[in-house]
Design a protein around this ligand. Structure first.
Ligand code: ADP
Ligand code: MG
Ligand code: ZN
Length: 474
């Protein structure tokens, strides 16, 4: 335990604007290759880029949401390199004067809350996409010019779990702000992870490796864990870690060298003469700030205070804005936050996982779930039957009340009917009755279960309990 890891992350997020950053081509994903291109994003000679104002607004939303200082003046720069997937052979990015700097987010760690600094957030254009197929390579330029923000963190994290928590939080904020769809498989949210190790107590940073090619939170954590072990082993033997870029292989869980420091590119950045410096005045900034929604941390705190939820439930319910809104719609109809939380994080999430859909696509709407909770709370149906009704809503999309009525699922609270069922169960289970009377009180569960079976789950469990105690003693 004499070494510790230091982790800093670079995240690229696609902004979900309608058009690209410097031309009016659509920025949408999935079109036929090379159908969403024009002379500007194809890098034809003599064209001029025109900055998309919505891109700046979206980038500012993120910057303000994570407490960055937004620069009054920022500058677009050319990052020069031979890019087979970017015909201009330079990428328009920001370098010395980025849009925003000095932000932070907070994450929950095993040791409590931790602050992770955001070094900078800048805007840039994405490159196209190459696909390699044997000896052939193909290029799709639909993605050239799709707007990105790059979010660079301080090297403030020290475990793969912290890096995972940071990424999940960034992801949640981007989704709350409605500026990025967050789809990691489609590359809308990508992460490069920088990691080094050093002897505990040491101040200076060790030599880092930069990991690429991790397309899920889990894989970022796996890649980092592997790399920390690899570097620690080298240092423990007195060796030296070399600075390099490494690729993560999800199948083997290992990282392999991709290029070393010597092969690092010299991008020869310089201000793009085709674009004037970007000016953001106070009024614009304040306009954007006042349009920000309630963010995950604030919502989580409010859920604990207002609904008496556990920190855990509140965290889970606020990770996605649509889920939080579903929860609030539900409790606005029925005042039972705990039950609403249980239904959402239990049965509803499992439907979402099974079908791979968001909460908006589950056929059980918030009002229907509220009605179902209401029917249980008022004793019309038992908790057990409620699950059956839930499944029927899923199948039919009908109202819980109608389902209960039509299928005759109302809970049996009629004492003579229940008494008959209890008597029958006692009569057919002499051995269990004997054992129960002899002190095996655990058998209460057996009796209740049998009565439930006879009544098809409709018996009021509390009344059944009382009846059994009355008949067999407590
Ligand atoms: P580059 O653009 O060349 O990758 P940056 O200086 O912008 O370099 O750093 C990128 C990321 O690497 C940042 O998130 C930063 O926190 C992190 N980082 C820098 N040095 C180290 C280090 N020695 N160990 C771990 N992370 C580091
Ligand atoms: Mg880097
Ligand atoms: Zn274009």
């Amino acid at each position: 335990m004499e070494f510790e890891a230091v982790i800093g992350l670079e995240v690229h997020a696609h902004l979900s604007t309608q058009s690209k950053i410097f031309c009016s081509c659509p920025a949408t994903y999935g079109a036929l290759p090379n159908t969403q291109v024009c002379p500007v994003c194809l890098g034809m000679p003599g064209v001029l880029p025109v900055l998309n104002k919505t891109v700046v607004e979206y980038a500012m939303r993120m910057a303000l949401a994570v407490d960055c200082q937004v620069a009054e003046h920022s500058v677009f720069a050319r990052k020069n390199y031979f890019y087979p997937d970017l015909p201009k052979n330079y990428q328009i990015s920001q370098y010395e004067n980025p849009l925003a700097e000095h932000g932070k987010i907070e994450i929950e760690t095993a040791a409590g809350r931790k602050r992770v600094g955001i070094t900078r957030i800048h805007m840039e254009e994405d490159a196209g996409k190459l696909t390699h197929d044997g000896a052939k390579s193909r290029v799709d330029l639909n993605r050239t010019g799709v707007p990105l923000i790059e979010i660079v963190s301080e090297p403030d994290m020290s475990t793969p779990e912290e890096a995972g928590a940071y990424l999940r939080k960034l992801h949640a904020i981007l989704r709350y702000l409605d500026i990025c769809d967050g789809n990691m498989e489609q590359g809308s949210f990508r992460c490069d992870a920088n990691v080094s190790v050093r002897r505990k107590g040491e101040k200076a940073l060790g030599t880092r490796a930069e990991l690429k090619n991790m397309n899920s939170f889990k894989n970022v954590e796996r890649g980092l864990a592997f790399e920390i072990n690899r570097q620690t082993a080298i240092c423990a033997e007195g060796g030296v870690v070399v600075q390099e870029t490494r690729l993560f292989d999800a199948t083997s869980g290992r990282t392999e060298p991709m290029r070393g420091k010597e092969e690092a590119h010299d991008y020869r950045y310089f201000p793009d003469p085709d674009l004037v410096p970007l000016r953001v005045d106070q009024t614009w900034k304040e306009q954007v700030r006042s349009s920000l929604p309630e963010l995950p941390d604030a919502k989580k705190e409010r859920f604990v205070a207002q609904y008496g939820l556990s920190a855990y439930d509140a965290e889970v319910l606020t990770a996605e804005r649509a889920v939080a809104e579903y929860f609030e719609a539900c409790v606005s109809h029925v005042n039972n936050p705990k039950q609403a939380a249980n239904w959402i994080t239990g049965p509803l999430f499992s439907v979402m996982n099974q079908k791979g859909v968001g909460i908006g696509d589950v056929p059980v709407r918030a009002e229907a779930l509220a009605q179902l909770i209401g029917l249980t709370d008022s004793g019309v149906i038992s908790g057990k039957i409620a699950k059956t009704v839930f499944d029927l809503i899923l199948e039919t999309g009908r109202q819980p009340r109608d389902i209960v009525e039509e299928k005759g699922l109302t809970q049996v609270s009629d004492s003579s009917e229940l008494e008959a069922a209890v008597d029958a169960v006692i009569a057919e289970s002499p051995a269990e009755v004997e054992a129960y009377k002899g002190g095996k009180k655990k058998l209460m569960g057996f009796f209740v279960g049998q009565v439930m079976k006879r009544t098809k789950g409709k018996a009021n469990p509390q009344m059944v309990n009382e009846l059994i105690v009355k008949k067999l003693g407590s």
